[in-house]
Design a protein around this ligand. Structure first.
Ligand SMILES: [Zn+2]
Length: 155
């Protein structure tokens, strides 16, 4: 029987990713360091900070998108999905995605769970429901705060 090995581009077996949350002003310097060393990062923008104009539309393009970095959802109001009823979680994700897409002029499908994410489930929060609504909202992945971030497995 033939074995199939999943690989990253150029046959690489391992990869490292950089994922930073909230869209704080220091992200500009971090993106510049990534650029200097030929690396890419994902910047998960908290829309509360986007509304504070931490980065203008032009700056998002200049510092991040034009350099190949990814912008991802991190909640319209930075609320932990594990503590939200589905309708609240759906709204927080969708509102953030729409705000970011308007600001970035591109499709946004990545996400990092805001706040404590799915570590704690309260308020009738349920991971299967969260996973289902993220799929329906066309979110391709969501980074957690859990130990699975230490894995080198393909997502
Ligand atoms: Zn955050």
């Amino acid at each position: 029987m033939r074995s199939i090995f999943m690989r990253y581009p150029n046959g690489k077996a391992k990869a490292v990713t950089f994922s930073y949350d909230d869209g704080v002003p220091q992200d500009k310097r971090l993106a510049e360091l990534f650029d200097k060393y030929g690396m890419k990062g994902t910047f998960n923008f908290n829309c509360e900070y986007v509304r504070k104009e931490n980065f203008s539309k032009e700056q998002i393009k200049q510092y991040f998108l034009s350099k190949g970095h990814e912008i991802a959802v991190h909640g319209a109001n930075h609320r932990a999905n594990g503590n939200l009823r589905p309708i609240e979680g759906i709204r927080d994700v969708l509102d953030c995605r729409l705000e970011l897409e308007a600001k970035c002029d591109c499709i946004i499908r990545g996400m990092a769970y805001p706040d404590s994410g799915i570590i704690q489930m309260g308020n009738f929060g349920n991971y299967e429901q969260i996973k289902n609504y993220l799929i329906e909202l066309d979110i391709a992945y969501s980074r957690t705060l859990g130990g699975d971030n230490n894995s080198f497995m393909l997502p």
